[in-house]
Design a protein around this ligand. Sequence first.
Ligand code: ADP
Ligand code: MG
Length: 393
Amino acid sequence: MLYVKDLDVQGKKIFLRVDFNVPLDKEQNIKDDTRIKATLPTLNHLLEHGAKVIVASHLGRPKEEFNPEFSTRPVAERLAKLIPQKVLHAPDVVGHEVESKKTQLKESQVLLLENLRFYPGEKGNNLSFAQQLAHDIDYYVNDAFGVCHRSHASIVGIPQYVQKSAAGFLVAKEVEYLSKAILSPKKPYVFILGGAKVSDKIPVIERLLHKTDNILIGGAIAYTFFSAQGFGVGRSLVEEDQKDLALSLLDKAKSKGMNFLLPQDHIAAAAIDPGAKKHIIQEFPIPKDLMALDIGPQTIEKYKDIIKTAKTIFWNGPMGVFEIDQFGKGTEEMAKAVANTEAISIIGGGDSVAAVLKVGVSEKISHISTGGGASLEYIAKETLPGLEALTEK
Ligand code: ADP
Ligand code: MG
């Protein structure tokens, strides 16, 4: 794989794919510009070396057509405050106007395109759309780690139509940390998996069974596993169509003789509400009118004991509804336990990272990944479509 520092970019037109998918408020003010700042090393490197940089990102979930609510214009304005160079903004992604702006672009100038997801060709990986994006471009640089698990046109399509493709500094750093955790993990290796949707995680859990002897499950995903085994889980979140898969995973874990742990006790309430009365449930069934919203105190102790012994830890997905304090204890205790080990610790996922920041222990985590789905998929499959696209040529 080539890296951005391997390219001679002087005077060249670079298509830089970034993840500027920042949270916006109703007036389209940027609430947090971490993602913009994360890409500055790559952007500054390109500008200092005289490249003409065409920057593109997705932003939010527009309906694949132009919509000013999802415009990248506020991002262009913020970016302009973060770098000394002027930032030009294109009112479209492809087409005549964009092409003429690309042509006029001078060395060490930036042109930020409109939201890539205004076009169905982006998610659909339409090759003629990718070709239009690549028109007149010399080199492609991918610094959008958070979307490297997506086979979108700006991730896997463009590299087919340019002379060279390379990883930016952010992508390189993610791959360096994550591959260290995969290729030579110091054991014991512990996975902590939680979060909301088991269908997001089940495909990777299957692969993780081959990599580790310890999987600690928390969050809503536990209740599909319980329900599949016939336990009454009240109104806890269950994905009915994932139950068969959940059972077969439990069988595989059992036959491997590994620690595949589900919560022993649960914090439950009648509603996801700060005012709801909290119950500690130690036995099934969970009462019909309650839903499990956090792991219970015995589970916390058990998981902490295992985390203490770990040399490598990967964590994705909170243990409960951490956004509400009374259902946040499990997540908080796990975050502290992970922070207190000497283990290599990696945390990925938008909500997981927010939870760790909330607890205030982020500095004691070895690596906080900018991509949740991407980091999980990389750990499980040891590759990502976006990384493969950089090496294929
Ligand atoms: P990440 O963004 O880190 O990948 P997910 O998006 O998978 O994590 O899951 C985070 C969400 O899961 C949070 O909004 C949290 O409130 C929710 N969640 C965790 N546990 C439960 C639970 N027991 N019931 C309902 N929602 C839960
Ligand atoms: Mg999330």
